[in-house]
Design a binder for this molecule. Structure first.
Ligand code: FES
Length: 159
């Protein structure tokens, strides 16, 4: 199986700084799938500083890795609203804000904190066209300094 590819290397910190966007595109040389656990290597943990986010591509699927506290959270890299690239957004704690219309998602479980920053009739029409939906998030763990991704977590219902 093809290994993950790093898509972005933003200078995003937990202090709310905006990411620098897509920078490098290079393959990660070591990638193994743990056949027993089903977890797949994504990248070295020390490549994602505390408070930062990076995106990797795994078999054509873009994933976001966020270093929050002492854990690494993994989610889809694209916003479920209209596909904004979340690694270019802002990470504060475990909540990422999309750079396009400022929807917010909690990376621990993917629930919608805010669905766009629209208000009034624009929000109503927008929600009719695109009902709020959670961000897909995945099980993750760090093994010998490597961030690994596992199965998708159960989706959180969105009212
Ligand atoms: S694309 Fe993310 S909020 Fe619209």
């Amino acid at each position: 199986m093809r290994g993950p590819t790093v898509l972005g290397s933003p200078a995003n910190t937990g202090g709310g700084m905006r990411g620098a966007g897509l920078i490098d595109l290079y393959p990660i040389p070591s990638k193994e799938e743990d056949v027993v656990s089903g977890f797949i290597e994504l990248m070295h943990a020390d490549e994602v500083p505390p408070g930062a986010m990076k995106a990797v591509e795994l078999d054509g699927h873009e994933l976001l890795i966020a270093h929050v506290g002492d854990v690494f959270l993994v989610a889809d890299a694209r916003c479920p609203h209209l596909g904004g690239h979340l690694v270019q957004g802002v990470l504060v704690g475990s909540v990422v804000t999309c750079p396009r219309h400022h929807s917010q998602f909690d990376l621990t479980d993917g629930h919608v904190v805010r669905w766009t920053d629209w208000t009034g009739a624009v929000l109503t029409i927008g929600e009719l066209a695109r009902h709020p939906r959670p961000l897909r998030v995945y099980e993750s763990e760090v093994v010998e300094g490597i961030v690994m991704v596992g199965a998708q977590k159960l989706p959180i219902a969105t009212p």
